[in-house]
Design a protein around this ligand. Structure first.
Ligand code: GLU
Length: 485
């Protein structure tokens, strides 16, 4: 048996990567990044990117979780090739491999009772050693002469001597002594496969050449390799995969990312934080992988540039501010109709609602000021507000003092306009300021509050045009002395 993974010497195979989530919860940031790296690596090499749902844990796997994963991946544009594979459906195949391994002396039926295992554990504890099961049935491998009618598990007859070195593409060379590994269970006493066995059989059958996953699985690689090697010895065609174990994502405080750092599930970024998928992709890509100083990296460039040597070894910290900055960039770059659709959905506008067209017209004025879809929706609120407008507490003082008189002059000047466009509106407003002997801001601010109820809004001349003549004049009139303002 070779001591190191043979990835360096094996003939080049067409790259096949996979993402293999367990559907026990939503698609989280770490999973999405793993999927993205697998996709980019495959696309970069003209290979294939597969999806496998690891639903063997029947108690914890749920339909809604599967849907959330598939939808999350589609939303992020992490398009996998072919149909997704469901691991549980392949249990017979996994068991068949275990039986092949028994036949050829690489695995054995172990009839140890719970009491015997407990005794072994007590002995290990007394000797202050970890429990590593080497069953007395180990030497019976290949034979079927166990006690009839007794339950048994199938264990790997793991190598006991020597060491295995994995040339991990991210972690570098990592060595584990075989003496540190035990004869792990491949099939439980009810005949169901364990996770360790299922992963290897599926990866082999799916032709996976590169296993790129979180570094919480690095230890598993040492337990999974003996299965490859046993099957390669038995029938050939089970080369070691190339491994790349990527560091997990941490929160700003340096601890592993978890719920207490805020949203971990992908859909919260879409639904609650108003993040665009291309922004999240770009952010996740940069989180743990770099290409010089480039921050904004489109998918095509990511495919062109992605390699495993650019993946950092230390965990990266999630930074919501950075994500929002990137998101602002992608919002400014995004198509107006698409953004209008997202905002309309957020505002519950029915399909066909004229508000949708209004939003699209307003989008060029709205998007420079927004870092997410929520801010776009919030910035668009003035378009749909009903008279008399609710005025923000902070904005109300701007309607006091001289404001009503200035608004009355603005009303007259604007009412006299022939053309209702930004240039004419600007000229009229400037003229009013000049005639009143005040700075432009002193008229523009009360005007803004009268039109939007707020201290901040898109450019005031854009607002006038977006609202239209009648609505603008009516909103201004609500605050002139004639109307009791
Ligand atoms: N199903 C495992 C998980 O969700 C991944 C297994 C693998 O990538 O090998 O963590």
């Amino acid at each position: 048996m070779s001591a190191t993974t043979n990835s360096d010497t094996a003939p080049a195979r067409t790259v096949v990567t996979r993402f293999a989530p367990s559907p026990t919860g939503f698609l989280h940031l770490g999973g999405a990044r793993t999927a993205l790296f697998n996709l980019l690596y495959a696309r970069h090499h003209g290979g294939t990117f597969r999806l496998r749902i690891e639903d063997t844990d029947r108690a914890r796997s749920t339909e809604p979780a599967i849907r959330a994963i598939l939808n999350g991946m589609r939303w992020l544009g992490l398009d996998w090739d072919g149909d997704e594979i469901y691991q549980f459906a392949r249990a017979d195949r996994h068991a068949a491999v275990a039986h092949q391994m028994i036949e050829h002396g690489h695995a054995y039926r172990c009839y140890m009772t719970q009491a015997e295992i407990d005794a072994m554990r007590a002995e290990a504890q007394a000797a202050k050693k970890p429990l590593r099961i080497r069953s007395p049935w180990r030497e019976h491998s290949g034979r079927t002469d166990g006690p009839a009618d007794q339950p048994f598990v199938v264990r790997l007859k793991a190598p006991t001597e020597g060491a295995v070195t994995i040339n991990d593409q991210v972690q570098g060379a990592v060595t584990v002594q075989n003496a540190e590994l035990d004869d792990m269970v491949l099939l439980r006493s009810d005949g169901t496969p364990t996770y360790m066995l299922a992963v290897v059989v599926d990866d082999h059958d799916m032709g996976v050449t590169h296993v790129i996953r979180g570094d919480d699985h690095l230890n598993n690689a040492f337990r999974q390799l003996p299965i490859y090697r046993a099957m390669d010895a038995i029938e050939g065609g089970w080369p070691d995969p190339v491994y790349a174990h990527i560091p997990l994502i941490h929160g700003a405080d340096g601890a592993k990312l978890s719920k207490r750092h805020g949203a971990v599930g992908i859909e919260a970024y879409r639904d609650e934080l108003g993040i665009l998928p291309e922004a999240l992709d770009n952010y996740l890509l940069r989180l743990g992988w770099g290409h010089g100083d480039d921050e904004i990296i489109a998918r095509d460039d990511a495919i062109r540039w992605f390699d495993l040597s650019g993946v950092g070894k230390s965990p990266s910290r999630f930074d919501l501010k950075k994500l929002e900055n990137l998101n602002g960039h992608y919002i400014r770059a995004a198509d107006d109709a698409r953004l209008a659709g997202l905002v309309a959905d957020k505002l519950d506008l029915a399909p066909g609602d004229p508000g949708r067209a209004k939003l699209e017209t307003a989008m060029p004025a709205l998007k420079p000021r927004a870092a997410n879809v929520n801010e776009l929706a919030d910035g668009a609120a003035f378009l749909f507000a009903q008279r008399p407008l609710a005025v923000d507490e902070a904005a109300a003082p701007l309607l006091a003092g001289d404001a009503p008189a200035l608004l009355a002059r603005l009303h007259a000047a604007l009412d006299a306009l022939h053309n209702w466009d930004t240039e004419s509106a600007e000229a009229a407003v400037r003229q009013v300021a000049e005639d009143a002997g005040v700075k432009l801001g002193q008229v523009a601010q009360p005007l803004r509050v009268a039109l939007t109820g707020r201290k901040t809004s898109p450019g005031i001349f854009d607002v006038l045009v977006l609202l239209g003549r009648d609505e603008s004049l009516a909103r201004i009139a609500d605050h002139t002395p004639a109307n009791g303002a």
